[in-house]
Design a protein around this ligand. Structure first.
Ligand code: PRT
Ligand code: ZN
Length: 225
């Protein structure tokens, strides 16, 4: 990692985690001035800047040293960790704190009229998901072979389209599953937003700022609890 004297935190640009991430940092006393292209926020109170990106890019940016910290769902972090391990690569990032927002679960859901007798019935079925590594890992642990159909979105319509027999997707209220005549039968992962850091934390001027920020984050989380 290159020495730098300002800390860089990657947060989601827009989406479910965007506002709560910025809100957490504001509660930590950080104030930012946003660049014109809205991709970068300059820290005015402390030497801590923000990069506004897609959530899926955050683990890679941490591993590459483009940023020092990131706020991302543990679902994304765990998916990318398992995907790296599957190709014998070191992930290069880890979760340091759970942040108490963005709660959801990665679950299997089947067409609502179908019976569910357990994971064994998945043998040779097609499961649509945007989380292939997490799904493969879970199937392996169950000792079942199924066909993982990787989609980039709109997973919940795959059974109706006939591209899969069932799905593995994130669920929070359950309304999306209900609207698509699906029912949840197993939870693969309980997820929430986490503070992600590189496998090896920086040892230069940034180390002190990380310490300071962690103390403030812990304070904010304690007040919430
Ligand atoms: O553009 P970018 O790639 O950054 O955004 P994104 O579209 O990948 O992510 P976004 O904003 O949808 O979600 C960001 C993170 O929020 C996820 O990675 C999770 O950690 C967390 N999160 C929490 C959720 C949900 N709840 C959630 N309900 N992410 C997605 N959903 C979706 C789910 O995929 C399904 O389509 O909401 C639908 C189900 O919701 P319910 O309430 O109907 O059950
Ligand atoms: Zn995403």
């Amino acid at each position: 990692m290159k020495p730098r004297d300002r800390l860089r935190i990657a947060v989601q640009k827009s989406g479910r985690l965007a506002e709560p991430s910025q809100d957490l940092l504001a509660r930590c006393g950080l104030k930012f001035r946003q660049s014109r292209d809205k991709l970068f926020c300059f820290g005015e109170t402390l030497p801590i800047d923000l990069l506004l990106v897609r959530d899926d890019d955050i683990p890679g940016m941490i591993a590459e040293g483009v940023c020092d910290l990131g706020v991302v769902g543990s679902n994304v972090l765990e998916e990318q960790r398992l995907a790296a391990i599957a190709v014998h690569r070191e992930p290069g990032f880890r979760a340091l704190r759970t942040l108490g927002f963005g709660q959801c679960r990665l679950a299997l859901a089947i067409p609502h009229e179908q019976e569910w007798s357990g994971a064994q019935q998945l043998q040779d079925l097609r499961i649509a998901t945007t989380y292939p590594a997490l799904l493969e890992h879970w199937l392996g642990a169950q000792g079942v072979r199924a066909r993982v159909v990787t989609l980039s979105g709109s997973v919940e319509i795959a059974p109706r389209l006939g591209t899969a027999d069932l799905i593995c997707d994130l669920v929070s209220s359950g309304a999306t599953l209900a609207a698509n005549q699906l029912r949840e039968v197993a939870v693969l992962l309980d997820s929430e937003a986490v503070l992600a850091v590189p496998a090896v934390l920086p040892a230069d001027a940034r180390a002190e700022m990380i310490e300071l920020l962690l103390r403030r984050i812990d304070g904010v989380i304690q007040v919430r609890e």
